[in-house]
Design a protein. Structure first.
Length: 127
């Protein structure tokens, strides 16, 4: 499994994050509640809470000053919750997140070749 994620100017220590989550769960004796089913349900709820932030906003409203600070603050919390549950699911099911991500990206590249899909939002089976 990957140890660090790298983006331009950004490094994330995946092992440290995993340990922090595992310690948090262990200290509260919550592992008993964290079946893959329950974690997937919790992940879905958190993703819905992220969607709810943008409900009834127009496409670019999140950029407007009256929405910007509140939208960003709420979005950060929900993204962190989503990340937390995703990591828990991977740990519980022994999923190598980096490996499965790379495998899925290869599938997506084959499913959505640049020559057919550049600038298009059409689903692969609707083209």
């Amino acid at each position: 499994m990957c140890q660090n994620f790298y983006w331009i100017g950004f490094e994330m220590d995946y092992k440290k994050i995993q340990k922090e989550i595992e310690d948090f769960v262990k200290e509260r004796d919550w592992d008993q509640f964290h079946s893959p089913k329950n974690l997937a349900m919790a992940l879905s709820v958190e993703a819905s809470e992220l969607v709810e932030i943008f409900q009834w906003q127009e496409k670019d409203d999140y950029k407007l000053q009256k929405f910007k600070e509140k939208t960003l603050s709420k979005s950060k919390d929900e993204v962190a919750d989503i990340f937390y549950y995703l990591i828990r699911i991977c740990n519980k099911m022994d999923i190598d997140l980096e490996k499965v991500f790379n495998e899925k990206m290869e599938k997506n590249k084959n499913k959505y070749p640049i020559t057919k899909f550049k600038g298009q939002s059409t689903k692969y089976n609707d083209l």
